[in-house]
Design a protein around this ligand. Structure first.
Ligand code: MLT
Length: 411
């Protein structure tokens, strides 16, 4: 008899975004004339920039010739990409990373979901609440939680409320946990962690022998150069942190797929006999066993994001989305909503009007304004009563959505 992994049965409902897709699909089927504007899932809408397209074409031509054809790529990624990453994303910001500490992958969603595999089954974890659902769901699947209670909290997981009182950037937990998930700029709240906040986390992790899993998938949206883009800009982080970054949002790669994870060799955990073991070696083993490298063509495309033209063109795209975020923040603020963030992230976080629950707000927004957003409660219990609006869409659609929401809810 094939017994199932019954931890899966602890999961509540389906994964958030397919669930939203299902509800929107049903609504559109019942209301075929509704011109629905999607500001729900954070999926890019602008096409790939010319420098990336040129690199893709060139790489396809290389693959078409016997002389330059490539088969399996190196496990960690081609040097032509990891060297660019090390130089532009780290060295230029004063951070020293070794080339083989970078693992190129096909997405931060996968990496942030898979990283838990290298930790013991009994490890405890904390998440800021709300948070990207992948962190909690993958640990539930792996058996690191009890059942969820009626409010949606899984037993055994430490939830750190991110709220107005702490500027949506909570500090470390009081109780000891082994793995702490952090995301800055934050999905879903759009809040960005200060250097002081991250230093507090790193100091705590070192004192408590914990590992920080730092998701920086939205780092390119930070507008203030003084804010940390990488946890490794923080003193001591090389001893206790793992970082994920992605080309998805910064260069429109959600359908192309390329990201990377950095694991310094100095980050260790304990084995059962108390010996220290480098996490780097464990992840390298996992990566080479379960993954066969990002396609050559895609890695060439990612490397093109660092050329002067590629950097300028992708920065312009980020600027376009950030202008959308500004319009949403100001437009909905003027319509009477209480809005947060959207200054260093492509997400605006708002309080639902009239005390609606997050899903009630989702339904009303869809029915009255034909606009799709994301219910805050889908990201964790402390997201209840909040709502996320994504800035990934055309300016025309964003302007139209703001106007419709203002008319439907304004006051
Ligand atoms: C989101 O909308 O939260 C993101 O698009 C999800 C993701 O990047 O996987």
């Amino acid at each position: 008899m094939a017994l199932i992994n019954d931890h899966y049965q602890k999961l509540q409902a389906g994964y958030l975004f397919p669930e939203i897709g299902r509800r929107v699909g049903a609504y559109c089927q019942a209301n075929p004339d509704a011109a629905v504007i999607r500001l729900g899932i954070g999926d890019v809408t602008l096409p790939l920039v010319p420098a990336v397209v040129a690199a893709l074409h060139e790489a396809v031509d290389e693959m078409a010739s016997e002389k330059s054809f490539r088969g399996y790529g190196p496990d960690n990624g081609y040097d032509f990409l990891t060297e660019q990453i090390r130089e532009h994303d780290y060295r230029r910001r004063g951070v020293a990373i070794e080339l083989d500490e970078i693992f190129v992958s096909d997405g931060s969603k996968q990496d942030s979901g898979n990283i838990q595999e290298i930790f013991g089954a009994d490890c405890t974890l904390s998440v800021t609440d709300p948070s990207y659902p992948v962190y909690v769901d993958t640990n539930v699947m792996a058996g690191r939680s009890g059942e969820a209670n009626e409010r949606g909290y899984y037993g055994g997981i430490v939830y750190l409320p991110a709220n107005e009182d702490n500027g949506f950037t909570p500090g470390p937990p009081e109780q000891g946990v082994d793995i702490a998930y952090l995301c800055s700029p934050n999905n879903p709240t759009g809040a960005v962690a200060s250097r002081q906040n991250l230093q507090q986390w790193v100091d705590w992790a070192r004192e408590n022998d914990a590992v920080i899993v730092f998701d920086a998938a939205y780092d390119a949206f930070i507008q203030d150069d003084a804010l940390p883009r990488s946890i490794f800009e923080i003193e001591g982080a090389r001893e206790c942190a793992i970082e994920m970054r992605s080309f998805s949002k910064r260069a429109g790669f959600t359908g192309v797929r390329c990201a990377y994870t950095v694991i310094p060799k100095s980050v260790t955990g304990s084995n059962a006999t108390g010996e220290r073991v480098a996490l780097h070696g464990l992840w390298a083993r996992r990566h080479s066993t379960k993954f066969n490298a990002v396609p050559y063509i895609v890695q060439r495309a990612a490397a093109a994001c660092y050329s002067p033209e590629g950097a300028a063109q992708t920065a312009e795209q980020v600027g376009y989305y950030m202008e959308n975020a500004r319009c949403i923040r100001e437009g909905l603020g003027a319509a009477g909503f209480t809005v947060f963030a959207g200054e260093h992230a492509p997400y605006v976080w708002l309080k639902t009007p009239r005390g609606l629950t997050s899903w009630q707000c989702f339904d009303e927004l869809l029915e009255k304004a034909h606009v799709v957003g994301t219910p805050g409660s889908g990201f964790g219990p402390s997201g209840e009563g909040y709502f996320r609006i994504s800035a990934f869409n055309s300016r025309e659609n964003v302007d139209e959505a703001i106007e419709r929401i203002g008319k439907a809810f304004g006051g």
